[in-house]
Design a protein around this ligand. Structure first.
Ligand code: GRG
Length: 318
């Protein structure tokens, strides 16, 4: 990859400045991709569907997954515009998962990112279709030549995102989660042990975060050692992210978190907080941050912002 006018302009800021800079750039990329004009091969973009897709993806969110792509890709001097496109694909998948997760048949939430959920702001049928539209659009973006000129790289990205998002990834994890709640056993929750919870969380939340880190390495055509290091980093922060989310659910203030809290206990959700208690979960979180930091050893000081990102995951308040 070449470094030129499109190089990572924010490379010198603090973690928060760099996260904010990705968030600003991401807003622009999503806004452009979800413009009103049909693109080649499309007939029309139905306004209500487009509006709901924009509602679900623009104007909110930390953009932590795109940040991970941008920062891991910058270890290999990738073009920032390409990393942002890969980041937008992950963000589309993430936003679709939130829209569908909020539906009455799933978690039945009224609030997301401090605003009414998509099915509350519009209607259920439109929210389902908006989620479908966002998911499909993610692969449209990855397949574009602007994402990477080499079709082999694009195919690798498509395959890796499909695996992270689908049957053996996020969707599969959501299914395990519903089963653990007792949805398919007359409301009797499953008593999952630590291994069961780890599998569920690695799939439901971890897989997409892990892809965000692997995506940078794929884009940068990194060698095997670098890929394995970033996958280990991604797996550790994926686990940490979910435990932090469970702690926020158990202890957070809805106004600060931007969504309802104290839902896991009521739904008998299988979480680390439930089996280890808050203190035990915090201990596990600290262990995972250490593992994430250790995984970055091959990159030296270049990866300091990713070390800060691991600490951010553990300490986040929303
Ligand atoms: C419906 C297929 C399907 C999957 C749902 C992701 C998910 C699976 C459910 C969301 C439930 C949830 C709260 C999971 C915990 C981790 C998570 C995804 C938190 C939200 O992500 P953030 O904090 O959100 O990155 P923002 O709003 O900043 O983008």
């Amino acid at each position: 990859m070449t470094k030129d006018s499109d190089r990572n302009a924010a490379a010198d800021g603090t973690f928060q400045q760099r996260l904010d800079s990705v968030a600003v750039d991401m807003e622009g990329v999503l806004d452009r991709l979800l413009g009103p004009a049909p693109t080649e091969g499309e007939r029309a973009r139905p306004p209500r569907l487009l509006e709901t897709m924009r509602y679900a993806s623009l104007g909110g969110g930390k953009r932590f997954r795109p940040f991970l792509v941008v920062e891991t890709a910058s270890l290999f001097d990738c073009r920032r515009s390409q990393a942002l496109l890969v980041g937008s694909a992950i963000e589309f998948v993430h936003c679709y998962s939130l829209v569908h997760d909020d539906l009455p048949a799933m978690d039945n939430d009224d609030l997301r990112r401090g605003r009414p959920t998509a099915h509350k702001a519009y209607d259920e049928a439109t929210a389902i279709l908006a989620g479908d539209g966002l998911l499909t659009f993610a692969f449209d973006v990855l397949a574009r030549v602007d994402t990477h000129p080499d079709p082999a790289v694009r195919i690798e990205l498509v395959l890796a995102l499909a695996r992270a998002a689908g049957l053996g990834g996020m969707v599969g994890g959501q299914m395990l989660d519903l089963a653990a709640e007792g949805r398919f056993a007359n409301g009797v929750p499953e008593a999952l042990g630590q291994n069961g919870i780890e599998t569920l969380e690695a799939m439901k939340t971890g897989a997409l975060l892990r892809f965000a880190c692997a995506g940078g390495a794929i884009l940068g055509q990194a060698d095997r050692q670098a890929r394995l290091a970033l996958e280990r980093y991604g797996a550790a922060i994926g686990k940490a992210f979910q435990i932090a989310d469970d702690l926020l659910d158990a202890e957070g203030d809805p106004a600060m978190v931007g969504k309802a809290t104290h839902k896991d206990d009521a739904a008998h959700k299988a979480t680390f907080v439930r089996i280890l208690g808050s203190e035990g979960a915090r201990g596990k979180l600290a262990e995972l941050v250490g593992d994430a930091e250790a995984a970055l050893a091959p990159f030296g000081a270049k990866a300091d912002v990713l070390r800060a990102a691991a600490r951010f995951v553990a300490e986040r308040k929303h």
